[in-house]
Design a protein around this ligand. Structure first.
Ligand SMILES: C[S@@+](CC[C@H](N)C(=O)[O-])C[C@H]1O[C@@H](n2cnc3c(N)ncnc32)[C@H](O)[C@@H]1O
Length: 236
């Protein structure tokens, strides 16, 4: 009996390891191909996005959206705006532009803006190659987007480029935890979340922000180090 249970446990472990290895093996794709895969994924799940994120958002990002949007001043760009879940929290005087790679997500953001009577310019676009001149925004906001953008360092460089000197980048992101046991779990889960949802768990936006020459003004970690709130300024 005991031998049978051991055999079944070993079989289960082997099965789990095989699944994990399969999920870890990704055939190489170019950034452009990966961006296209992300677009297709979000186009496909757009109508389920709001329902799907509600619980995780409540556990991890409570008040985070309000915090992020409330920092915005003047001409503001939100990258990866998705279905526009931050729209209710922007100050009324902010002139808002939102871009996203997924037209289906943007359509829902458009509907939300209509319901809220919130003026916003929404356009399809790639955060890794922004279609705006340098120094055209006072604020750039990203919430939960750098985890899915294929080249997040390039997206942050682009954010820095379109910011005016003195302008600020506001981030609310889930990131790599500094706590080893949590990080081990993230490492185990990441091949699966990347494969299923293009969601990277081990990214560290602070690295891209500093490399882009922005000066960090505020950095807060919470929820076992999984959630980061970051404000960085472009030097004058
Ligand atoms: C996890 S969702 C977050 C949506 C929204 N920011 C929020 O807080 O609910 C990630 C979003 O980033 C968008 N995205 C991914 N890669 C992008 C890219 N290269 N350029 C612009 N948007 C992108 C996706 O289409 C999706 O809407």
């Amino acid at each position: 009996m005991r031998g049978r249970r051991l055999f079944l446990s070993a079989l289960g472990l082997l099965g789990a390891l095989t699944l994990w290895r399969l999920a870890s093996q990704r055939s190489p794709v170019t950034p452009a191909e990966e961006t296209e895969q992300v677009r297709r994924f979000y186009d496909r799940i757009a109508t389920r996005y709001d329902r799907g994120i509600r619980l995780g958002e409540w556990v991890l990002f409570k008040e985070g959206r309000r915090w992020a949007a409330a920092q915005a001043r003047g001409e503001t760009l939100e990258i990866g705006i998705g279905t526009g879940r931050n729209l209710p929290y922007y100050p009324a005087e902010v002139r808002l532009t939102g871009i996203d790679v997924s037209p289906a997500m943007l359509e829902l953001a458009r509907e939300r803006a209509r319901q809220l009577n919130r003026p916003v310019e929404l356009r399809a676009g790639d955060a890794q190659a922004l279609d705006f001149p340098a120094a055209s925004f006072d604020t750039v906001v990203s919430t939960l987007s750098l985890c899915t953008i294929p080249d997040p360092a390039q997206a942050v460089r682009e954010a820095a480029r379109v910011l005016r000197p003195g302008g600020r980048l506001i981030l609310l992101e889930h990131v790599r935890s500094p706590l080893l046991p949590v990080r081990v779990i993230q490492r185990l889960l990441e091949p699966i979340t990347v494969r299923l949802e293009h969601d990277h768990l081990l990214r560290e936006p602070l690295e891209y922000v500093e490399a882009a020459g922005l000066v960090v003004e505020q950095l807060e970690r919470s929820r076992l180090g999984l959630v980061e709130r970051l404000v960085a300024r472009k030097p004058e």
